[in-house]
Design a protein around this ligand. Structure first.
Ligand code: NAP
Length: 276
C-alpha cells in the first residue's frame, strides 16, 4: 500500500472540476485523480494537463452508477488505504430555456446532484483519513432557493437536527410533488437545480455534524461551497469567473492546513463563510 497522499475530484474532465485538478496538481503534495464518467473525455483532459507540465492520474467514475463508485472506492482503499481530499464537483443543470417537462428536470437533476453525490459520500466518506478534507460543490442558488421555500421547509432545511433520512425524504418528496403538479402548493421553489443544491448544502451540514459525533479526534473538515458564476459549459460564456478562478474556493477548502479546525459544516463562497 502506498503512503502517498491522494486527492480525488469528481466530474473533472472539464469546467470547474478540471480547474480544481489543475490547481491541486500544483499545490497538493500527493497523487491527484482526475475522474470522468467517460474514459475518453477523461484521458483527453489528462493529456491537456500533461501538456501544461502537470501529472494527474485518471480513474473512471460515473456518480450515477453505484458499481462505478464502488470500483473507485475499492481501488483507493487498496492502493492508498484511504483518501486525503475528496471534492464532490460533478453536477448537471438544464438550460434555462430547456422545454423538458419540469417533473423530468426535477427527477434527472436531483438524481445526479443530490442522490448520486450522496451515494459517493456514503461510499467514500468512511475512507477519509485523519485530517482529511471534503468539499461538496453546491451553489449560491441553494441559498436563493432556500429563501423561495415555505417557512416550514426553510425551518427544516436550517434545522441543526435534521437527519440524512429526513433530508432524503424531503428531496424525494420534491420530485414526487413535481410529478403530481403540486410542488408550488407544497411550498417548493420553481427551480429543480436550486432544490438539488439545497440538498447538497444541507447534506454537508449533516455530514459535518456526524463527523463531530463519530470521528471528532480525526480532525476531518467538510464543507459545502459555491465556486461563483463561472464560464463553463454549464453557465455559459457570459459568466464572470474563469474556471481557474472558480476553482479557488473549492481548492482553498480542500487544502485547509492540518492546524485548521474551521470552517467545518459551513457554506463557503469567495473563501468566506456565508449564513445559511
Ligand atoms: P460543467 O462544465 O458542465 O462540468 C460538469 C462536470 O460534471 C463534467 O465533467 C461532467 O461530465 C460531470 N458530470 C455530470 N454528471 C456526471 C456523472 N453522473 N458522473 C460523473 N461526472 C458527471 O459544469 P461546471 O460549471 O464545471 O460545474 C461544476 C460544479 O459546479 C457543478 O456541481 C455545478 O453545479 C457547480 N456550480 C457551477 C457554477 C457555474 O457558474 N459554472 C456555479 C455554481 C455551482 P461530462 O463531461 O461527462 O458531462
Amino acid at each position: 500500500m502506498s503512503n502517498v497522499q491522494v486527492a480525488v475530484v469528481t466530474g473533472s474532465n472539464k469546467g470547474i472540476g478540471l480547474a480544481i485538478v489543475r490547481a491541486l496538481c500544483k499545490q497538493f503534495q500527493g497523487d491527484v485523480y482526475l475522474t470522468s464518467r467517460d474514459p475518453g473525455r477523461g484521458q483527453a483532459a489528462v493529456a491537456q494537463l500533461q501538456q501544461e507540465g502537470l501529472h494527474p492520474l485518471f480513474h473512471q467514475l460515473d456518480i450515477d452508477d453505484l458499481q462505478s463508485i464502488r470500483a473507485l472506492r475499492d481501488f483507493l482503499k487498496e492502493k492508498y488505504g484511504g483518501i486525503n481530499v475528496l471534492v464532490n464537483n460533478a453536477g448537471i443543470a438544464f438550460k434555462v430555456h430547456d422545454t423538458t417537462p419540469f417533473a423530468v428536470q426535477a427527477e434527472v437533476t436531483l438524481k445526479t446532484n443530490f442522490f448520486a453525490t450522496r451515494n459517493v459520500c456514503t461510499e467514500l466518506l468512511p475512507l477519509m483519513k485523519p485530517y482529511g478534507r471534503v468539499v461538496n460543490v453546491s451553489s449560491m442558488v441553494s441559498s436563493s432557493a432556500l429563501r423561495g421555500c415555505s417557512q416550514e421547509l426553510q425551518q427544516k432545511f436550517r434545522s441543526d437536527s435534521i437527519t440524512e433520512d429526513e433530508l432524503v425524504q424531503l428531496m424525494t418528496k420534491f420530485v414526487e410533488d413535481t410529478k403530481r403538479g403540486v410542488h408550488d402548493k407544497e411550498g417548493w421553489p420553481n427551480t429543480a437545480y436550486g432544490v438539488s443544491k439545497i440538498g447538497v448544502t444541507v447534506l454537508s451540514r449533516i455530514q459535518a455534524r456526524l463527523l463531530n459525533e463519530q470521528r471528532k479526534g480525526d480532525h476531518i473538515l467538510l464543507n459545502a461551497c459555491c465556486p461563483g458564476w463561472v464560464r463553463t459549459d454549464m453557465a455559459g460564456p457570459k459568466a464572470t469567473k474563469s474556471p481557474d478562478e472558480g476553482a479557488e474556493t473549492p481548492v482553498y477548502l480542500a487544502l485547509l492546513p492540518s492546524s485548521a479546525d474551521a470552517p467545518h459544516g459551513q457554506f463557503v463562497s469567495d473563501k468566506t463563510v456565508k449564513p445559511w
